[in-house]
Design a binder for this molecule. Sequence first.
Ligand code: GLP
Length: 241
Amino acid sequence: MNIISVKDYKEMSQTAAGIIINKVKSDPSITLGLATGGTPKGLYEALIQDHQTNGTSYEQVHTFNLDEYVGLSADNPNSYRYYMVDTLLGHLDVALNQTFIPNGTAEDAEAECERYEALIEQLGGIDLQILGIGRNGHIGFNEPGTPFSSKTHVVTLASSTRQANARYFSSIDEVPTHAITMGISSIMNSTEILLLASGEDKADAIYHLLEGTVTEEFPASILKNHQAVTIIADEKALSRT
Ligand code: GLP
């Protein structure tokens, strides 16, 4: 794993944006894997700013998001589809029908998982996957104990994850109990992976990722077995290493 150590959240965001912009310029029809959460917001702002200032085009880009809450529709401000359109996709020149996120309101969630996994394959896989990391080492919504062989699947969210994400909802009761997430093996199939981490909250997770063994009890640890992972972490996230 290649580790880029940066000062703070702003530098993490700008460094990640620089890498992605170069990739999009050299391969305009790249397929990007996108993440939600607080971590990539600054990166997305930097991509929008570059698009508006320098005209980097996303017309031929396809995107796949890692996950979506079960039960939240695209017009629910807490859905990841809403987040993505609001935070990034709606501000770029990419047609929204080239951007894919699991459908959290599909009648048959299992069938939706199969459809999503097949779609990733049909489009030739993900070239560059952006990841955040949960405090318990989750990637996407793959909680501790998820088999490394998992494909896109329905998960029951850990109560710690629901608590961590409750800040976006009016109360913990509103946080969905289930989600659809790309699996660990879906993520590992990406050609390249860029994991971002900022702040003290992530120091334990980054410590375990860098110093610990590869175990399903800490999902992100599998990234050690990927041939092209870059971690961009700030001083606080690296403070335990
Ligand atoms: C969420 C998302 C993950 C994200 C993680 C960290 O539960 N499903 O994709 O990486 O938690 O979130 P944050 O960046 O807000 O700390």
